[in-house]
Design a protein around this ligand. Sequence first.
Ligand SMILES: [Fe+2]
Length: 579
Amino acid sequence: MSTQNRREFLRTVAVGSMAVGGAVALAGCELGSFGFEHGVASGDPLAHRVVIWTRVTADEAMQEIWKKLEAEAAGSLQARQRWLESRSVPVAWEVARDSAFAQVVARGAVPARPDADFTVKVDVTGLRPGTTYYYRFNCLGAISPVGRTRTLPHGTVEQVRLAVVSCSNYPAGFFNVYARIAERDDLDAVVHLGDYLYEYAAGGYASEQAAALGRVVDPAGETLSLADYRARHAQYRRDPDAQAMHAALPMIAVWDDHEIANDAWKDGAENHSDATEGSWVARRAAAIRAYHEWMPTRLPDPARPERIFRSFDFGNLVSLHMLDTRLIGRDRQLALTDFVGPAGFDAAGFAAAIGNPARQLLGAEQTAWLQTQMSRSQAKWQFLGQQVLMGRMNVPLPLLQGTPVSVYAAAAAKAQAGLPLTAQEAALLAQPSLPYNLDAWDGYAVARETVLGFARSLDRNLVVLAGDTHNAWANDLADASGVNIGVEFATPSVTSPGFETIFPDEDPLAFAGALQQLIGPLVYADTSRRGYLEVEARHEQVQARWIYVDTVVARSSGATVGRSLRTLPGAGGRRIVEV
Ligand SMILES: [Fe+2]
């Protein structure tokens, strides 16, 4: 950094401290200081703006000063005001075209405030489209790591390349996936489809190796309060691989269930009890508040932090519509067990429940918004960035009741080859197939048909991105009449365990092969590896590549491309084809 630039940056800090009334804080700063232990991040890029983020951390000396001031504050209103003001810390920021900050294009100052957990977010405006920028923060002389970000391209765009991730579970392993993404300099953005963090207590889900890996969660209990969610976010953001990825690329993120509680829906969650854990409304509000404090999101409507559905236009090539299938409109999930009575499975009752046109996944407001966004967009491809699988995953009932996949698949193969079946095999094959994951779009068939109907009536090329399952999938998406509407590419998890832990005796390759044989629209599955999905859009095709890391239980740089598939535009395309 040139001397002139450093002086300029420090001058901004001085102006900033006055602007935020931080003079009292400055008086104490000769004894304490600040740092940036949670790194930097950027997100929600548009053609002319991007959100930059950091968090200020006070050192022990500074915390001692605050404690003393707080003790004094008990005495008078004036002292209390002084204490509150002292805790507001001035932070300067600057954005440049180069990593040495010789060409600064924007700068300013904002307070890091205790009521935002000392997180700082700036929506930087006036930027150029499709341009790489560097940014950093300065708190009273302490300078943050440098972040790199990129605005969205506009106009005629030839190529967009995204990394898509989901289900980054701290106690389950190391974020090697994030480290691999951070190394890349050929991506426009990283899209996080949710389960950015998990709410469970230490020793909960996927924590078997957490102690051995040094990744036991903080706080130790399940996250319920604002302080809990803040502390959990803080732990995830102390992870060096998370910091590296955030510093390297802008993120476009939506939450899934675990940012709040498992299998959430609009009025509750499987992992929430009003009786023992307090009000759902309060818990949800705390989780949402902490999420926006800690994630580099831009609120479409600041008065409604629960609204996260929003669109990103990459010129004339891609419109990415980020959805909330979780909190804003979802009716409660159905359960197959609700339809099992003394007479067996009530297929008619189940079909009626699934086909109930009143059941919502997006909710009426978001559904109408999506239709408007898709009809307005002039882009070649309509991407939906959302949480749960949209593909039809009807699985033979015997598999749901415990028959090994290999046994069922062998019987099905015999039948297909015209070989004689035993009575037992015939009985197996006579059972119906049912959607097994009723938390996914399969449990909301009418809502799925509505979205596919938009794409069909508007003649759009639909690419659905999904997470949630921890496994990799590629599905053809057809409507109920069998017309190809689009495709779905689903990312495996960053660390959360997949089917290999539910079916430990199945050979992963054979298991995936059997699923592809038994589930019509399923073109590709990987049920045992962690990784991410790279999606590259061009006017003539969209190509998906699944990239897997070799382990999550050690820091490792191993990564391999597992599979590449693509889809073509137009009525003759809109299905998955080999590369
Ligand atoms: Fe997950």
